[in-house]
Design a protein around this ligand. Structure first.
Ligand code: HEC
Ligand code: HEC
Length: 276
């Protein structure tokens, strides 16, 4: 049972917290909302995000609820194509159907944009989409996140938001050479997916978040200020736009879950090279 999902009315909040617009709106070039075209520079090449506005021709306006759930849970397009995991469906797969459909309803309430998609510019062999099938067998664990009965309601809510919705681990966990998350070093720090900026260790290790209290972390996710008064930059500033839309209780749940993780010393020195 998914004890931790969000009431369906909160589609706009979930959409913000999941950072959909951070990738699907080309903010650096003042692109129209959800029209896509944002460049994501990675070690595999440059991805250009697709238009996910409700336009029937250029966006996802013709998609059924089932199409949308299949894309977020299984990384498969309505035509049966496998999506690259630069679309963080390996995290979104853990969302409840209700939450996924609340996000769809929100997306279908914003203006349609008539902007064609731009092809990715990927290195060989990554440009071969067939390789994604193998990747999925190795790394994709499809399905909603089960509540852990041994943990508190707050911890479980935090787990759901961290893993399924805000997908903190997609940026903050080192990846192997195939781009798979190294689960044994979850949250130990990595290059951020979006702009090649380093995402630091966020485990409770003394060199990471060990000195941050639950309140410190919860308030950082609201105003972006660290305990020493620095403000969050780059991709994290965009993430905080989303987490600041959550309720205070949800931000606290995230902090409680993060502070309960196993401490891992920062490992940034040995992860993947900068993406450009
Ligand atoms: C880290 C960047 C990133 C985030 C965050 C992200 N996406 Fe995407 N998304 C992508 C990329 C890249 C693709 C293209 C994948 C491919 O071509 O295989 C994509 C593809 C899609 C598609 C398929 C569109 C089509 O035309 O086939 C949908 C639908 C989608 N994303 C919805 C969402 C939603 C909803 C969210 C938030 C819950 C979201 N995305 C968050 C990067 C992102
Ligand atoms: C899109 C990528 C991305 C996602 C998703 C993301 N982060 Fe970050 N995070 C970053 C980057 C990049 C930085 C570095 C920002 C800076 O230097 O100002 C950062 C910085 C931080 C810091 C500051 C650490 C320090 O030592 O100063 C904390 C805490 C943090 N993130 C927690 C989280 C949590 C919790 C989540 C999920 C709720 C999350 N992040 C999701 C990319 C991300």
């Amino acid at each position: 049972m998914i004890a931790t999902a969000t009431p369906a009315r909160d589609g706009a909040v979930l959409f913000a917290a999941a950072g959909c617009a951070n990738c699907h709106t080309d903010r650096p070039h003042h692109g129209a909302p959800l029209a896509g075209g944002r460049a994501l520079v990675t070690v595999f090449g440059t991805f250009f995000t697709p238009n996910i506005s409700p336009d029937p021709d250029f966006g996802i306006g013709r998609w059924s609820d089932g199409d949308f759930i299949r894309a977020l849970r299984r990384g498969i397009s309505p035509a049966g194509r496998d999506y690259y995991p630069s679309f963080p469906y390996p995290a979104f797969t853990e969302m409840s159907d209700d939450d996924i459909l609340a996000i769809k309803r929100y997306i279908f309430s914003v203006p349609a944009q008539r902007q064609p998609d731009r092809e990715h510019e990927l290195r060989f062999p990554y440009r071969i989409r067939a390789g994604i099938k193998v990747w999925k067998i190795l790394y994709l664990r499809e399905g909603t996140l089960d509540a852990d009965p041994d943990e508190s309601k707050e911890w479980n809510r935090g787990a759901y938001l961290v893993r399924a919705v805000v997908h903190c681990g997609e940026c903050h966990t080192p990846r192997d050479w195939l781009g798979g998350i190294e689960t044994a070093r979850r949250f130990a720090g990595a290059n951020a997916a979006v702009d090649g900026m380093k995402a630091p260790d966020i485990t409770p290790d003394p060199r990471a978040l060990g000195r941050w209290s639950v309140d410190d972390l919860a308030s950082y996710l609201d105003d972006g200020l660290t305990p020493s008064g620095d403000s969050a930059g780059g991709a994290m500033a965009e993430v905080i736009r989303g987490t600041s839309a959550l309720s205070a209780g949800d931000r606290r749940a995230i902090a409680v879950y993060m502070k309960a993780q196993t401490p891992i010393p920062p490992t940034l020195s040995h992860e993947v090279a900068k993406g450009d």
